[in-house]
Design a binder for this molecule. Structure first.
Ligand code: ADP
Length: 190
């Protein structure tokens, strides 16, 4: 059976993590979040974590080869999965190309890129709210929140065109209740 490999796309604070929790249960998928993987490296105080920490705290992107390597390792470890949800990855065109190369080599391409669309002001509000309980350094102040949103607009949002060219881009309204958005995602997956 073909695998349900999905890119869950959208700016910081769009709700990718929250919606991933639902999708992995609903479709029996493995959740691959580069943000979560990087935070685990920081917590374990690995060399990789030490190198990534400062960039993440400042809202900058971590180097492509680092995140691509982490994704490759995890995909190998979960070779039998029914599919993957890629969350927070790819974030650059180089990452998208590397992901396509890895998946095409196994004839298990991305089937859809679901893009959660949320206005910037709502994102800032959500990130600062999350910062009160998450303890994440990058959620603590408005300057860093806006920095991440601008990095997204410049480096990451152009990937919509990349997936549009493959006929895989689907825009999802990311404003509403968690259940509303879950419903929209399910419908988009048909
Ligand atoms: P958010 O959804 O709030 O953007 P993430 O947990 O996805 O948060 O990412 C947190 C930080 O981790 C990013 O700001 C960036 O520094 C780093 N990061 C995560 N994924 C990637 C990636 N694919 N490429 C480069 N850096 C990444």
């Amino acid at each position: 059976m073909s695998k349900l490999n999905i890119v869950l796309f959208g700016p910081p604070g769009a709700g990718k993590g929250t919606q991933s929790e639902f999708l992995i249960k609903q479709y029996d998928l493995v959740h691959l979040s580069t943000g979560d993987l990087l935070r685990a490296e920081i917590k374990a105080e690995t060399e990789l974590g030490l190198a990534a920490r400062e960039l993440m705290d400042q809202g900058e992107l971590v180097a492509d080869h680092i995140v691509i390597g982490m994704i490759r390792n995890k995909m190998e470890a979960f070779n039998d999965a029914a599919g993957f949800i890629f969350d927070g990855f790819p974030r650059t065109e180089a990452q998208a190309k590397a992901l396509d190369a890895m998946l095409n080599a196994k004839s298990e391409p991305i089937v859809a890129m679901l893009s959660l669309e949320v206005p910037d002001e709502e994102l800032v509000k959500r990130l600062l709210e999350r910062g009160k309980s998450s303890g994440r350094v990058d959620d603590q102040d408005e300057v860093t929140a806006r920095k991440r949103i601008s990095v997204y607009a410049k480096e990451t949002a152009p990937l919509k065109e990349y997936y549009k060219a493959q006929g895989k881009y689907k825009a999802i309204d990311g404003v509403g209740s968690i259940a509303d958005i879950t419903g929209r995602l399910t419908k988009a997956l048909g």
